[in-house]
Design a protein around this ligand. Structure first.
Ligand code: AVJ
Length: 323
């Protein structure tokens, strides 16, 4: 059987380069300084993230996989989905559990992974297309915060947004995201959302500050991304990795703290950035949720929460919601 794979590019390398310049200029001009987490994922950053997902302290990935292994059949049964759309699909590894359950049920016709990385998407679509003969694979190079209206039309679509990536959005951004997603769906279609739950501070902080220092490397790597892509001269070794729990906002913050007074130049932006000793640059927020809180946010956007799957320790949840 021939492999049925197509890819639509809604985001070019040039679009991404322009966005990087604008994000860095805006974020480093603010106080406190900040950078959006999407720029972590160059090839080295993606590799470091893969290593993070296997760390003993980083429970979300393996917990979500276990929940999916238990719950995928139920997701398939309730949704009866014909198309599975995955936002921020990356390597689409955990998604196979959903594809398997939907295929076993006989409803699945199409898989639509969406990712900003064209390289990751080409690899993932080829592998899935080969391993699932007869499945139509339609990849989208796109940004889930901007291109939800590009999701191909259909009926019986299930949108999967896994991994806890929803936690990278601030509350206002989440409301906008859920609203845009609801607007892109027909009544009765569904969202499967993977979210990390609020738990004791020690467990949360350890997940973002592992003993082997992989997360610290991952965090500092964003400065190397700016060096490579914008010709900047940050010294990653002169920044210390910080992870802390913000109880008011219910999120983990990752920061880079300057260990000395220093200046970095970013030639492509005609910008010089001065750091005082101890000054912090926020590189990520990773919000943690309660099931009821998320159900309320979903309801506010016009989704009805239908079902929740969790692990025995209530560390992570998968919520199914109906548009
Ligand atoms: C990919 C956004 C879900 O927030 O846990 C892991 C990224 N950052 N360790 C997360 C991350 C540091 C991860 N997400």
């Amino acid at each position: 059987m021939t492999v049925d794979v197509r890819i639509d590019v809604h985001l070019t390398g040039e679009d991404l380069a322009a966005q990087l310049r604008s994000d860095v200029h805006t974020g480093l001009s603010k106080r406190p300084r900040r950078l959006p987490p999407k720029w972590f994922y160059d090839p080295r950053g993606s590799e470091l993230f893969e290593r993070i997902t296997r760390l003993p302290e980083y429970y979300p990935t393996r917990t979500e996989r276990a929940i999916l292994a238990e719950g995928a059949a139920g997701v398939a049964e309730i949704s009866g989905a014909k198309t599975l759309v995955e936002l921020g699909s990356g390597s689409s590894e955990k998604t196979r559990l959903l594809l398997d359950a939907l295929r076993a049920q006989g409803t699945l016709a199409r898989f639509v992974p969406l990712d900003v990385s064209e390289a990751a998407l080409r690899e993932a679509t080829t592998r899935i297309g080969t391993d699932y003969p007869g499945l139509e694979v339609h990849g989208l190079v796109a940004d889930f915060t901007r291109h939800l209206d590009r999701i191909p039309n259909g009926d019986g679509r299930l949108i999967a947004f896994l991994g806890g990536t929803i936690g990278n959005l601030e509350p206002g951004e989440r409301a906008r995201f859920f609203g845009e997603l609801r607007a892109a769906l027909h009544d009765g279609e569904r969202l499967l959302l993977g979210a990390d739950l609020v738990k004791d501070t020690g467990t949360l902080v350890a997940a973002y500050d592992d003993a082997a220092g992989v997360t610290a490397e991952f965090n500092r790597n964003v400065l190397s991304v700016l060096n490579t892509r914008l010709g900047a001269d940050f010294d990653p070794g002169a920044f210390e990795h910080v992870a802390r729990w913000d109880p008011r906002n219910a999120w983990i913050e990752m920061l880079l703290r300057s260990t000395k007074t220093q200046t970095a130049t970013i030639p492509e932006l005609d910008m010089t950035v001065a750091f005082e000793e101890g000054e912090e640059l926020r590189t990520e927020i990773s919000a943690k949720f309660t099931v009821t809180g998320l159900a309320e946010e979903l309801a506010a956007a016009g989704f009805a929460h239908e079902h929740t799957w969790t692990d025995p320790a209530d560390a992570f949840a998968l919520l199914l919601a109906r548009a």
